[in-house]
Write a protein that binds this ligand. Structure first.
Ligand code: EAX
Length: 354
């Protein structure tokens, strides 16, 4: 009888040990197994709840089907998900919160929350940013990404804080090309006395003066009317902007693929607003802005050829394989002038980044 009870006790203890070790195994491994049998890192840390909810407005100057918008939509969803719905965004395209220069100024003043904008107007508030707007500075997206995602670009983003802006991440507007209502542009001589709308950007204005044109700076919101009414003959923007804004309906009959400026864009937050957020929310916003900026760059690169095809279908004469050397030579005085302002070493460093 004694042996029988001893056996039963032993079996009960053995079964208990087996059951406990099985449970303990699940608790210690609170990560989902991956397909390769490894363990994924722990899920993103969920921020401690400060009990507050935040609703921000994010604006830009382009259309609802442009990568600026699509990137902000992805960004907003990711931030809302990761903050358990505590940080939300309303997105305003079509310059509804103001044209790029106006909205950038509002960020510096803390009267607007967030934007994605081309760098063009930013140099009115942070002059050093103008270095990236130098024509023919970037020969390829790869070079641009290396520079902007490296020390030079990160320093430029950091420098924005001196004027009240948090530069969250680089994105892309695209390579800018020239459209006009008058004639095919093949050489700088074809630009002579052409009234061209430029961004409110001193480097661009100097460049088009050096090319013999008549630069007329204005916000994008005014540009469309000016083109339609013939106040200006030309403008310069990536093909996707010309497509989404149907510039073929604004007398733009010719597009010359000069690619004269690689136009970066920046996802920005007002520092006065950003600083009111708990650090964990700030970190989430920074992380998701970087992801959204990378996503936006991919979209721009993918959509560029589609937009060129649309412009061709709509009757725009596309002038391709342009000899860029005469254009580069004509704007050398711009490099001499701005080399002193931005630093010749910095410009050389950017140009020599391969
Ligand atoms: O940022 O104003 C411009 O030409 C800009 O390239 C455009 O609004 C996209």
């Amino acid at each position: 009888m004694r042996k029988k009870w001893l056996f039963i006790l032993t079996m009960v203890m053995l079964i208990s040990v087996l059951v406990l070790s099985a449970c303990g195994g699940n608790q210690s491994n609170n990560t989902a197994p991956t397909t390769d049998g490894g363990d994924k890192p722990k899920e993103e840390v969920k921020p401690t709840d400060d009990g507050k909810t935040y609703l921000f407005k994010a604006g830009h100057s382009l259309t609802e089907d442009h990568p600026y918008q699509l990137a902000l939509v992805q960004f907003a969803k990711a931030v809302e998900d990761r903050t358990n719905g505590k940080v939300k965004f309303e997105i305003y395209p079509l310059s509804q919160l103001g044209a790029e220069r106006e909205l950038t100024e509002a960020l510096t003043l803390g009267t607007a929350d967030m934007s994605i904008s081309s760098t063009g107007p930013i140099s009115n508030f942070y002059p050093q940013m103008g270095v990236v707007d130098l024509p023919f500075l970037f020969e390829s997206r790869e070079q641009a990404y290396k520079v902007l995602d490296g020390e030079v670009g990160q320093e430029l983003l950091k420098g924005l804080e001196s004027v009240g802006i948090v530069g969250l991440a680089w994105a892309e507007n695209g390579f800018r090309h020239i459209t006009n209502s008058k004639r095919p542009i093949q050489t700088p001589a074809d630009l002579k006395d052409l009234k061209i709308r430029t961004m409110e950007n001193p480097v661009h204005m100097a460049a088009f003066e050096a090319l013999g044109a008549k630069p007329t700076p204005m916000a994008w919101t005014e540009a469309l009317t000016a083109l339609q009414q013939g106040v200006v003959d030309a403008q310069e923007n990536p093909a996707i902007v010309a497509d989404k804004y149907k510039l073929y309906e604004a007398n733009q009959k010719f597009m010359t693929l000069t690619g004269h400026v690689y136009s970066p864009a920046i996802m920005m937050f007002s520092k006065a607003v950003f600083d009111t957020l708990p650090n964990e929310y700030q970190q989430i916003i920074r992380e998701e802005a970087k992801k959204a900026g990378d996503y936006e760059r991919e979209l721009i690169a993918k959509m560029e050829q589609d937009s060129l095809n649309v412009l061709k279908e709509k009757g725009v004469q596309i002038i391709e394989n342009v000899d860029k050397k005469p254009f580069r030579d004509a704007i050398k005085p711009v490099y001499e002038k701005y080399g002193k302002q931005f630093g010749e070493d910095l410009i050389d460093k950017i140009i020599n980044t391969k």
